[in-house]
Design a protein around this ligand. Structure first.
Ligand code: A2R
Ligand code: GDD
Length: 315
């Protein structure tokens, strides 16, 4: 039985990853921030990754075979307003986890979860991005994740640690916070249906194209990489298809009987927004056999129904 430690498990992906690893038969340990609440069918510990000593103590105690490092300030939008906080959590926090693992007596596989945002502007006509494309981050969040990736590579080479870097493309599903686009549009739609506000949906840049994957496929990818990924390598995890945000909004609106109009809210536009982002997923497929299985239409429907249920039940 593998001992898997998920750091930053109270967020969106964590709950899904706990369920997935448990279904594979792992003994799962999960961490949350002291102020967070979380119900999970595994051992849960408090950990603030900015507390170096606490990270070291936890890893020495749990002695994990694998560490899934999810903890982060994960919002691109917020990183523009909170650059120093984003850098502290995403860079210093990741270093604390790596140092804690390095100084422990175990030698775990460590998955550092980074982002497609690290690639930045991609000037190819199709926007398709392979892992060999140099990182060229153009926002604060992306820069911190790129630093995490670089530092992970340094630790892997210098100390022979089993570090695998992931560049996750956009993912979504039931339970995601409404600061991210699909969750946001589904929540607004469900609120309009419930008569909670006027039938106008506020949007940002609808012309961006992004590569969206169901969170349940994403956590299968993380499990597969911990099992079969090659230390020192970086892997894209995405669907391999880009879809315009406008098309996603059209799908959401087509699933609703409400008559909804659209309004661009300037505060939702970003100083910089890459036009097209699409993953080349051949590397993860070749090395692990993973490929996404869930249709985006199903995930959009599930996310809209999630918000309808939240609004109806208040939880
Ligand atoms: O910021 P909060 O209160 O939502 O807490 C987040 C937590 N976190 C921390 N954990 C330990 N020590 C810290 N100093 C610290 N600061 C924040 O990490 C949250 O509970 C968790 C990250 O979860 P989410 O923000 O929901 O990210 P998600 O969607 O689960 O993505 C997982 C990973 C992240 O590294 C993303 O940057 C990447 O996938 O796309
Ligand atoms: N949030 C939001 N709200 N985004 C909007 C809106 C809106 O009303 N309208 C259009 N968009 C566009 C954004 O400008 C962006 O081009 C795209 O929708 C996706 O935005 P988000 O859902 O906020 O995600 P993100 O791409 O900035 O970041 C997410 O994906 C990354 C992977 O690529 C986060 O989950 C990151 O943590 C993750 O690394």
């Amino acid at each position: 039985m593998k001992r898997s430690l998920i750091i930053g498990a109270a967020g969106f992906v964590g709950g899904y990853l706990i369920k997935h690893l448990s279904s594979l038969g792992d003994e799962v340990f999960a961490t949350k921030l002291p102020a967070e609440t979380m119900e999970a069918d595994c051992t849960v510990r408090d950990l603030d990754i900015l507390d170096e000593g606490a990270a070291a103590e936890l890893i020495s105690e749990v002695r994990p075979d694998r560490i899934f490092h999810l903890a982060a300030q994960s919002s691109v939008a917020l990183s523009w307003n909170k650059p120093a906080l984003t850098a502290r959590i995403n860079v210093v926090g990741a270093i604390n986890v790596l140092e804690a693992a390095r100084n422990s007596e175990c030698d775990p596989v460590i998955l550092l979860i980074g982002s497609s945002e690290e690639y930045g502007e991609v000037n190819t006509p199709d926007g398709i991005i392979g892992e060999d494309r140099p990182a060229c981050p153009n926002n604060i969040y992306a820069a911190t994740k790129s630093a995490q990736n670089t530092i992970g590579g340094i630790y892997q080479k210098a100390y022979g640690m089993k570090i695998i870097c992931v560049r996750a493309f956009n993912h979504f599903g039931p339970g995601q916070l409404p600061q991210f686009v699909i969750s946001d549009f589904c929540k607004q739609t469900a609120e309009i249906e419930a008569g909670l506000h006027e039938p106008i949906i506020s949007v940002g840049n609808l012309s961006a194209k992004r590569d969206f994957t169901d969170v349940r496929d994403i956590v299968r990818a993380y499990g597969a990489l911990a099992e079969k990924g090659i230390p020192g390598e970086t892997y894209n995890v995405g669907s391999g298809h880009a879809i315009e945000i406008r098309s996603i909004l059209d799908i959401i609106l087509s699933l609703s009987k409400a008559e909804i109009s659209i309004e661009v809210d300037k505060t939702r536009l970003r100083p910089v927004d890459v036009p097209v982002v699409q993953a080349d997923i051949r590397k993860i497929n070749n090395d692990t056999g993973w490929k996404p299985e869930i249709d985006i239409m199903d995930t959009i429907g599930d996310t809209l129904n999630y918000w309808r249920n939240v609004i109806e039940t208040g939880k």
